[in-house]
Design a protein around this ligand. Structure first.
Ligand SMILES: [Zn+2]
Length: 154
């Protein structure tokens, strides 16, 4: 989908356009592409932990970034999915939930399957945030789901 600067149209139950719009100060455009799957999967995660009776709130820390900004943030990597609008960095407001998710991902159980089935192919940590992306290239092979890549082992 295309998100537009200063718009607050609700996208899913918990996210509106302004939360998903680029936070890169270098980006001067009025709109940019972002893969819908990224927002849908964050909503699935909120719904899952809410149903488990956690107080699940998410802060989106980064979405689309200009290639220049992304190269400055990650000078050693050759692939920059944020610059294609197919990556999102985020965290829970609760440190407890961040730890629980970290464990749930490393166990590769229900939550791992949930996000892989929802089209997340790149999974990692950037600082204190989770990174999800829907890359189709620069992947390793995962027998069960096809392609995936992680650059931080959970
Ligand atoms: Zn990222």
């Amino acid at each position: 989908m295309i998100v537009t600067r200063n718009k607050t149209t609700q996208i899913t139950k918990n996210f509106d356009e302004s939360e998903i719009f680029s936070k890169d100060p270098r980006f001067k455009g009025n709109s940019h592409y972002i893969d819908d799957k990224l927002i849908d999967v964050l909503q699935l995660i909120i719904d899952y932990y809410t149903q488990k009776e956690y107080d699940a709130h998410i802060i989106v820390t980064s979405t689309y970034r200009t290639l220049l900004s992304d190269q400055q943030l990650a000078p050693d990597v050759k692939y920059h999915p944020h610059s294609e609008g197919i990556a999102i960095d985020w965290k829970f407001t609760s440190e407890e939930l961040n730890n629980i998710l970290q464990k749930d991902l490393s166990d590769k159980g229900y939550v791992w399957n949930l996000i892989r089935k929802a089209g997340i192919n790149g999974i990692g940590n950037e600082g204190f945030c989770f990174h999800f992306d829907t890359r189709m290239t620069h992947t390793f092979h995962d027998d069960e789901f096809g392609k995936y890549a992680t650059w931080v082992k959970f």
